[in-house]
Design a protein. Structure first.
Length: 445
């Protein structure tokens, strides 16, 4: 793009600074009377980006903030120079924050090759960005963009973040989703236009990247604004993203068995992988044989339209003296069936007995979700707890109750009450607990 070319509007108030084939996109996003810059391209692009912004917003109209999808040189290269010129902060997701002293805490396959020689290279603008980048609190909203939400999309980097405007389903994806295939020469040629993922060779955790693609597909974006490639605005965009996500997930035969299922999308229902769903019938006999962890139960409830008994394997978590089940997938069939049955269920098959489930209001669910993450003696911030916090709830590695309360409405929670314990008053609306579908080592999906 030349200095005299106006940025292209890809959605209402969202403008793209076109960088050319294979180069990173930069987005100028208007919100109310202010605007925010998302990503900054390579180093030495500050003059171009600043002149583009002045065409749209006028001279001496700096952004409210600079947001980065992730800390790679092609997306954060000019951040430090622009931050100094505009006197504005540079924000990243908390899990992307560099170590003290401005060094990245992770390496990808390419980085592991380059790292021994990196100390001999000049730090430049990208090194300055690592030193000034600050974390924002995703649960408190996106800085400068109150009408957008942060969608954690780890994989390409640990704290990669995408940005989503639910009102018109506009999705800015950084490198979590692209519209050019960076994994082949053919894919980056001019005229190629297809949904793709990040290059595996520069991706920190490929399994996490696959989960993130599934999460973004669940948002059903109408506009896909990628970090590389041309934005997609056609009516077929949601289907194209879903098709790519399905192809990617199909390559992971153990999805949901050897790795966690992603249930963090802010949608009413998150569908599990097909293979995992097909193997659900194994849960009840495993529990009946005494081969499951002690907190795994089988929930029996009649179908709301057929009356046929459905059995679902769930994890029970204790919280403040109560026993609870959490629906990680949201408005699952078992959730709707329990509501239709008035909470009357049978829990078994070991020590099978009738019980009643009382749904917990969203404002009282946070302690339950936290108890779920810390079940079985897990320590706050441990690897297992951090992984589930990210995949199941889409929050930071060691979330606070306040952060969990922001997303609790998407995770129905029920308290288990024996028939002999009829709830009355406040007892029918208790504070919290946990659940989810069991697999492999007691994780849930």
């Amino acid at each position: 793009m030349s200095a005299g070319t106006r940025p292209a509007e890809v959605a209402v108030g969202v403008y793209r600074v076109v960088r050319g084939t294979g180069k990173a996109n930069v987005y100028l996003v208007r919100s109310g009377s202010s605007w925010v810059l998302i990503d900054t391209g390579w180093a030495h692009q500050g003059v171009l980006i600043k002149s583009s912004a002045e065409m749209l917003f006028g001279v001496n109209t700096p952004p409210a903030a600079i947001l980065l999808t992730h800390l790679h040189p092609d997306h954060a290269g000019s951040a430090a120079g622009l931050a100094q010129a505009w006197d504005v902060p540079v924000y990243v997701h908390p899990d992307e924050l560099p170590l003290p002293g401005g060094k990245l805490a992770y390496t990808d396959p390419v980085g592991r090759v380059i790292e021994p020689f990196a100390r001999f290279l000049p730090a430049g603008e990208f090194g300055a960005c690592l030193r000034i980048a600050a974390a924002f609190n995703p649960s408190a909203g996106v800085p400068g963009l109150p009408d957008w939400q942060c969608i954690p999309t780890p994989g390409h980097t640990p704290g990669h973040a995408s940005y989503f405007r639910a009102a018109d389903r506009v999705l800015i994806t950084g490198d979590a989703l692209l519209t050019v295939s960076a994994r082949s020469l053919w894919g980056v040629l001019p005229g190629q236009h297809q949904v793709s993922g990040p290059p595996r060779i520069s991706t920190w955790d490929w399994a996490a990247a696959v989960n993130s693609a599934t999460r973004l597909a669940g948002l059903e974006p109408q506009v896909l604004a990628p970090g590389h490639g041309t934005p997609m605005t056609a009516t077929a965009t949601p289907a194209a993203v879903r098709a790519f996500s399905d192809r990617l997930a199909a390559g992971r035969l153990a999805a949901g068995l050897l790795s966690p299922v992603d249930y963090s999308s802010r949608t009413r229902y998150r569908r599990p992988p097909e293979l995992y769903a097909r193997l659900q019938w194994l849960g009840p006999p495993i529990v009946a044989a005494g081969m499951a962890p002690h907190n795994v139960i089988v929930l029996e409830v009649p179908g709301r339209s057929t009356g046929v008994i459905h059995r679902t394997t769930l994890v029970r978590t204790d919280c403040d003296g109560g026993r609870y089940l959490v629906a990680l997938a949201g408005e699952s069939q078992w959730v709707r069936n329990v509501r239709a049955a008035g909470g009357r269920v049978v829990i078994g098959p070991r020590h099978r007995h009738a019980a009643r489930l009382a749904e917990v209001p969203p404002q009282q669910r946070a302690p339950v979700l936290l108890a779920y993450l810390h079940r079985s003696g897990r320590q706050p911030g441990s690897k297992a707890a951090a992984r589930e916090a990210r995949y199941y709830f889409g929050v930071t590695a060691d979330p606070s109750p306040e952060e969990l309360s922001q997303i609790a409405t998407h995770y129905p929670v029920f308290r288990i009450l024996d028939d002999a314990h009829q709830p009355t008053g406040n007892d029918a609306l208790p504070p919290g607990a946990d659940s989810a579908v069991w697999h492999r080592d007691g994780d849930v999906a």
